[in-house]
Design a protein around this ligand. Sequence first.
Ligand SMILES: Cc1ncc(COP(=O)(O)O)c(C=O)c1O
Length: 494
Amino acid sequence: MKKDEAGHRGRGRALYEEIRARMADGTYGPGTALPSTRACAAERGLSRTTVSAVYEQLAAEGFIDTRPGAPSRVAAAAAAPSPAVAMPGAGGPPPDQAPPGARLSSVGERMSALDLRPDAAAVPGAIDFLYGPLAGRDFPTLPWLKALRRVERQRPARLAYDDPRGAAELRQALQAHLSRTRGLSCDVEQLVIVNGSQQALDLCARLLLDAGDTVVVENPGYRMAHHVFEATGARLCGIGIDHHGLRTELLAGVPRAQLAYVTPTHQFPLGAFMTLGRRRELLDWAASSGAWIIEDDYDSEYRYAVRPEATLQSLDGQGRVIHVGTFSKTLSAQLRLGYMVLPRHLVATFAAAKRLADRHVATGTQRALALLLEDGSYDRHVRRIRRLQQARRSALLEALDRHLGPRVAVQGAASGLHLVAWIPGLPREREAELAEAAGRQQVQVYPISRFYLPHAGTCTAARPAGLVMGYALLEPAQIDQGVRRLAAALDTLG
Ligand SMILES: Cc1ncc(COP(=O)(O)O)c(C=O)c1O
């Protein structure tokens, strides 16, 4: 397109928007005559062709009436400034306010009231003990690119929607992988690939919960799961955690519950393994309560010193357990790849919900992952990244011991990508102060308070300050330096 032509189009667009805005704010009421195309063109230094094109557009959309030999007039229907004709910033409702009569659903209302905190932004130069993301440099770039290239070469003739449960190759490869690494006995039909475990939780909330239902959750626990359940209008019932995981003896006091959400292999964030006895108690309680159980197995690849425990899914004789896993902790949270192992009788319902939600997870990504699982690259990558994380974990434990010694008590370091550092000499109320003091020393740390349910009593119970310290983003030397800075920050608190 020539430059002149583009300029005219731009100015034509400006004229169009100006006329629409004047209609919306009432300056051009119904019946108002617009200037002739000749007069308008002369006034604005536009060509008549440009002005005529704008008028034709407005006429085609029903905003003005044109008749040969008569002036163009604003159409009656264009008068009422309905949302459809109101131009942004030109008299419509302010963008942060719902238009009169329009309302959110009750789920929408509850979602907008949630306190969803985005991940803290990285501070340049600071040493960041954020738990969650993996380091970009740890991603298996070469095998991944190779797999993607192979997938691209095998693009099917028909680019049709896939099975909502996921690509057949991936479900097949994953079934073999889970049976080998987690002892999960399921068949391919029970597997549904999802956009990260968050989607699995969202599907569970929508399909298994009604407003007013009770959901048992761990306290402290994974708040992204809690929020999903809260949005449905369910009531959360927080159960405390000790060194053996969820305190199942407290379940007897819970009113009839519809669902329990647990992280039995590595309680988030305290890190406990739920003992076999407690797993059985939880299953028995679910049977007597008529409840579903979601088993979130988010980081079981990182077991350093402890032996694998039987999953709840493998102990479940009744089809109550929905096992959820993710590739966010081994590959990347940005891939949005997770899976559910469903009891057979739930598969069709979840497949329908998945189809309605987003049809299915991107097929190319699924097939690339299937190739990594099939040719052994995924296993090699997991072995490598586990070694890296183990070295970082050791560095953190040593640094905490070296720089903080008895001023810190470590919990939950046997597996995973984070640990909890309690500061017995500092009360819970001063956690935020500690994080701020650390920030001044260029080290980012995260108070454990944010993982406790508000209003549940436990968040206000007397306990020392605690930090959830992730180490996946850092190298051992940075970890040592970070803990040295943390110790200096603690000194400043007196
Ligand atoms: C307890 C827990 N479950 C699941 C996930 C992973 O979620 P997603 O698969 O949606 O990335 C995380 C991530 O931090 C987590 O901490």
